[in-house]
Write a protein that binds this ligand. Structure first.
Ligand code: PEP
Ligand code: MN
Length: 341
């Protein structure tokens, strides 16, 4: 961190600030220029509130020279993180495909979709039980019954399961029922929820917020990791832009950006990113080509009658086509389709 003092700063003010920062455990290098003095601050600068330092009347500005996230930062953890989920892995050379309906609707539906996506090569089953709907009058999910049906589908197919959590009160229940806990876009900055998830060991898939920057997204991952749970998977699911043709705008540049900034695995969800079933295939291919560690795809056995997100859901046959195509692209991208061992 660099602190630029005002040209009018007195020696006594520079000394007082230096002492204050030293008391916080920092090492200070004082550089006296012809116009102003610049302090180089070294140490665990993540704990410093830069805005507070800037409040000193003798300080002109404070600049961070490194990112505000630490545990998620590749600088301190150069190797890619590989996360074990049930009997499969996310990250490393693996290309992991998570597939299933937007929401669990019935026993027959989730079992059929689970069996079909497994046959096509998905290694993790998704299904919402608690749904964050824009309207309170829309289907809110089967809740605990939905979690029980996912458990049944896991027992039948051997696929690990992922489902979205909405309340910090449910962390213990989710820990005991799913293999990955999903934090939806709308809850990316629900810091109480993130803190609770930091206390458990279950891997967390953290979706990017609707209007969140890459740094804000990584800071949310940092919340979970700072609490002790380092098993975080990031998921790019499109962001809000001025474009209305698609439901959101898929920010594929976030994938190489995350790869540069962080060691955490990143998956792409082309279903929520576009809201259009026919765009899932081209964007799934593109996501693999730019280096995603996996995909999350909504698959429904009867999209027209789906209770949630039918227009963006593909059928099991269409999912098979996607898997055939991405198998070829995965090879070029230096990936192997993940397997369930
Ligand atoms: C979902 O995965 O069903 C979902 C609600 O996604 P998002 O949080 O990305 O909107
Ligand atoms: Mn959905």
């Amino acid at each position: 961190m660099i602190v630029v003092m005002k040209p009018t700063a007195k020696e006594s003010e520079i000394a007082a600030l230096t002492d204050e920062l030293k008391e916080m455990g920092m090492d200070i290098q004082v550089n006296r220029g012809t116009e102003c003095t610049v302090l180089g601050v070294l140490g665990d600068v993540y704990s410093i509130d830069t805005a507070k330092v800037e409040m000193h009347p003798s300080v002109d500005k404070v600049m961070r020279v490194s990112e505000p996230f630490k545990k998620a930062n590749r600088k301190f953890h150069p190797n890619n993180t590989v996360i074990r989920v049930g009997n499969t892995e996310i990250g490393g050379e693996n290309l992991t495909v998570i597939a299933g309906p937007c929401s669990v609707e019935s026993e027959a539906q989730i079992i059929e979709v689970a069996e079909r996506v497994k046959q096509s090569g998905a290694t993790i089953l998704r299904g919402g039980a608690f749904k964050p709907r824009t309207s309170p009058y829309s289907f809110q999910g089967m809740e605990f019954e939905g979690l029980a049906l996912l458990d049944e589908a896991r027992a039948k197919t051997g696929l690990p399961i992922i489902s979205e959590i909405m309340s910090p009160k449910h962390v213990e229940i989710f820990e005991n029922s799913v293999d990955i806990i999903q934090v939806g876009a709308r809850n990316m900055q629900n810091f109480d929820l993130l803190k609770e998830l930091g206390r458990c060991k279950t891997p967390v898939l953290l979706k990017r917020g609707l209007s969140s920057t890459i740094e804000e997204w990584l800071m949310s991952a940092e919340y979970i990791m700072a609490g002790g749970n380092e098993n975080v998977i990031l998921c790019e699911r499109g962001i809000r832009t001025f474009e209305t043709y698609t439901r959101n705008t898929l920010d594929l540049s976030a994938v190489p950006a995350i790869k540069k900034l962080s060691h955490l695995p990143v998956v792409v969800d082309p279903s929520h990113a576009t809201g259009l079933n026919w765009m899932v295939m081209p964007l799934a291919i593109a996501a693999v080509a730019v280096g995603a560690d996996g995909l999350m795809i909504e698959v429904h056995n009867d999209p027209k009658n789906a209770k949630c997100d039918g227009p963006q859901s593909i059928t099991p046959d269409e999912f098979q086509d996607v898997m055939d195509k991405i198998g070829t692209v995965a090879q070029v991208a230096g990936r192997k389709l993940a397997v369930v061992r």
